[in-house]
Design a protein. Structure first.
Length: 75
């Protein structure tokens, strides 16, 4: 899978990881994939909810040590 861009949102608290992901996704073409790195405990709820509400596909969600990694395909 090709990752179009990576957003490092570690160190940012709710709602900043989702707001920055929304802005970054606006610059991507439909079908491109954004990787988001976040360590905010609320991101495990916020990112999937954001994807559902905005119509994007959450391809995967994993916990890689201190940060979580989300792969989001733009709608």
């Amino acid at each position: 899978m090709d990752i179009a861009e990576t957003l490092d949102a570690t160190g940012l608290l709710c709602p900043l990881p989702v707001l920055k992901a929304r802005k970054r996704l606006q610059g991507l073409a439909s079908g491109e994939v954004l990787r988001v790195l976040a360590d905010d405990p609320a991101a495990v709820i916020d990112v999937p909810h954001f994807c559902t509400e905005a119509g994007h596909t959450l391809i995967s969600q994993s916990d890689d040590g201190p940060a979580q990694t989300y792969l989001i395909r733009k709608a």
